[in-house]
Design a protein around this ligand. Structure first.
Ligand code: GLU
Length: 418
């Protein structure tokens, strides 16, 4: 990782920029630049062929001034401590930005899940849960899905925790299947929120959906539902991508067909999809379009390619896809960025609803979930948009102003223990 692509360094840089602009007290900066708790575990897993493999697992609680830690668990070969620290830090700002009563946390395991059988993945998830059992819980730190994890993993996690406690604890994690305490709408929520923010941005800048072209980098959970919701709002999606490459059609992609294609267990990726031109990931990022929504990984838009980005606005479906240096370049070129801590907050907001429903043991219908989700997203978008206008600053800086201010206020009101 170079200086520019170390996510934790980038997270600290963003905090530094926000604290300087706000004139925030140095003690608060210091407090917030140190994660509250860092746990690293070794996870022994008996593989199908009988040999033992050890995986590294992480859980970081960045801050709990506003409530218990909240944030996903990712499985990827590149997962490392600095990445998890950054992602936990961003969760603190995300929950504060949309005003839900959580602090920030994140977890991960360094593993390429495609190389494991379902049985191996289950044993890995259960042993990881057991190894972090003393730091997670509905009142302390609540995991959820992130990259390469989903309802299945959350089901195993909830079951392992419940077995250890001796009773069912639905609220220990979110993103569970609806049959075991999950919420309707959670699977779609992150992508729905990304498309919602893009649409709100368009409305405020007098842009009409039918006149906009949209590129969505990444056709995983977030990208898929960003595309599907954007299509329902009337936008034309001209390109998307996954690990097999990028797919471009200037006339507009058939999103329903691509969704069906990737959902087919015989495919699982877009490899072999022929109704689009195959291009590279870097070509996709540099396409001429109205909106470019990076919904894949960190560090996709850097100092190197930011000068060649042609979109009018970026909406960050992923966490940390634009580096601070790229941010400066985009801003100087008049390209707006709707930041991750606002744009992809739909997922954690719906997780909040799931946790509330689990604790009440009273479940909402989809209409109620979506209505509440749009209410929170609209309130957050409005707040950030208005502050950005008032201060004549970027959306990211405005979102950080709101988020950091809320966390700083909570620390100040609670005081430092003892
Ligand atoms: N992993 C998601 C995120 O980055 C969701 C977290 C959650 O639902 O707690 O926002």
């Amino acid at each position: 990782m170079t200086g520019e692509t170390n996510p934790f360094k980038n997270a600290l840089k963003q905090l530094r920029i926000a604290c300087d602009a706000m004139g925030i007290n140095e003690d608060i900066y210091n407090y917030l630049s140190h994660p509250q708790r860092i746990v690293q575990v070794s996870i022994p897993v008996k593989m199908d062929d009988g040999h033992l493999e050890i995986f590294e697992g992480f859980r970081v609680l960045h801050n709990s001034a506003r409530g218990p830690g909240k944030g996903g668990i990712r499985y990827a070969a590149e997962v490392n401590m600095d990445e998890v620290k950054a992602l936990a830090t961003w969760m603190t700002w995300k929950c504060a930005c949309v005003g839900i009563p959580y602090g920030g946390a994140k977890g991960g395991v360094t593993v390429d899940p495609r190389k494991l059988s379902v049985g191996e993945l289950e044993r890995l998830t259960r042993r990881f849960t057991a190894n972090i059992i003393n730091v997670i819980g509905p009142e302390t730190d609540i995991p959820a899905p992130d990259m390469n994890t989903g309802g299945r993993e959350m089901g195993w996690m909830m079951d392992t925790y419940s077995m250890q406690k001796g009773h069912v604890v639905h609220g220990v994690c979110t993103g569970k299947p609806v049959e075991i305490g999950g919420s309707l709408g959670r699977t779609q929520a992150t992508g729905h929120g990304v498309a919602f923010c893009m649409h709100e941005y368009a409305k405020r800048h007098n842009m009409k959906p039918e006149e906009c072209t949209v590129v969505v980098q990444g056709f995983g959970n977030v990208g898929q539902y960003t595309c599907l919701t954007a299509k329902d709002f009337g936008y034309k999606i001209i390109a998307t991508s996954d690990i097999s490459g990028a797919y471009y059609n200037p006339e507009g992609l058939d999103i329903d067909e691509m969704f069906a294609y990737i959902s087919d267990p015989a495919h699982r990726t877009l490899e072999g999809y022929t109704k689009a031109q195959k291009i590279s990931n870097s070509e996709l990022l540099e396409l001429e379009c109205t909106f470019m929504n990076p919904c894949a990984l960190e560090n996709q838009v850097t100092e190197e390619n930011a000068p060649r980005i042609k979109a009018k606005c970026l909406v960050e479906g992923a966490n940390g896809p634009v580096t601070p240096k790229a941010d400066e370049i985009l801003e100087s070129r008049g390209i707006d960025v709707v930041p991750d801590i606002l744009a992809n907050a739909g997922g954690v907001t719906c997780s909040y609803f799931e946790w509330v429903q689990d604790r009440m043991a009273l479940f909402w219908d989809l209409d109620q979930v979506n209505k509440e989700l749009d209410k929170i997203m609209l309130r957050a978008f409005d707040g950030v948009h208005e502050l950005a206008q008032e201060k004549k600053c970027s959306y990211r800086l405005a979102a950080y102003f709101i988020a950091v201010q809320r966390v700083a206020k909570a620390i100040e009101m609670r005081g430092i223990y003892p």
